[in-house]
Write a protein that binds this ligand. Sequence first.
Ligand SMILES: [Zn+2]
Length: 390
Amino acid sequence: MIALVAATALGQDYSFPSSAADYGFYYPTAYKDWGGATDWNCGSLTYDGHHGSDFGAGSFAGMDEGRDVSAAAEGTVIATNDGEFDRCSSGDCAGGGGYGNYVYLEHADGKVTIYAHLKQWSVRVSVGDVVSCGQLLGEMGSSGYSTGPHLHFQVNGLSGYAGDPFDGPCGAPPTWWVEQGPYEGLPGNTCAPAGPCVPVATLTCGDVLAARNDGDGATSAAWHYGCSEFVYSGPERAFTFATNLDEPVSVSLTGLGADLDLYLLDSVECDGTGCLASSVSPDGSDEVLAFEATAGTTYVLVADGWEGAVSDFTLAVACNGTLPVDTGTPPDPPDPGGRDTGPAPEAVDPPSARVDGAKGLAGCAVLPVPAWAFSPLGFVAVLAIRRKKP
Ligand SMILES: [Zn+2]
């Protein structure tokens, strides 16, 4: 069977990056420059070469009162700077490479949001922190290349370019705000809902499927294994798989043009639990993941792009089981969903007897040990899976 999976591009949508309490103080002062000092709406609320969106909130008086800067979406802190002079009005103060005091967040879809020119010693997060949408990052200031207190909010896309979260006639779709709001107004201060956890296809033994991991899932920025929750990894594709035998299964991911990895999960629950095995060959190498499937269990297979990698791929599922034979009574016909394996052998070991490998995880530990491994559910899941010797 060859099936083509339709590609849809979903990304992380942003809330206006302030607390609800301070939201009403902010107003846009300069959008991204789309060329010739033209903003996304074909207006002139920008200046030559501006890569971000600037929002003021009452100049120095507002800054002194304190104006929260918050995470626009869940993310992981990948860079911070603090301690720089924060009352710059010349547009040319030293520190932070022009950004002064700042925070960079990387999101599950691989994009990075930047919060720049923050108030001195206001940065509340550290590199490696996983922050939720709306979590306080720091306060508005005027550090670095700044002529007065404002927040410079910038979105860098997967290739590092500075994108524009706004969509309009002189910009480019889609909007990256949950609610973009009017021109010269503010985007909504609403966090994106968690995305659905929907595997895009159902696989069984013998299936070969062509697809591309260009954007489904990626709803969370925690170190999760859930079918739509891979952080630092960005776009992934999830598939369900089931077989009607207890049998060895080998899944391969080939035709890669970038570093994709393969994960096996024990359910479609999007709770960050249940990684049973992974295949994490480097670069664009083929990936192969072998495991012992239990009859009737629905597994989730995830093709996951490392650090935002996107690639076409071919996913193939090969099974090596044989239909069980009950020697005491005439053999039952295969299940409607079963494969025709030809004449049944005279004697077959029960499926469990073919298993000669160790029990446990196969490679999921490339990520930090998840809490589920110590939960009763995770423990049962580990026991339920038998794995071939490497
Ligand atoms: Zn700016």
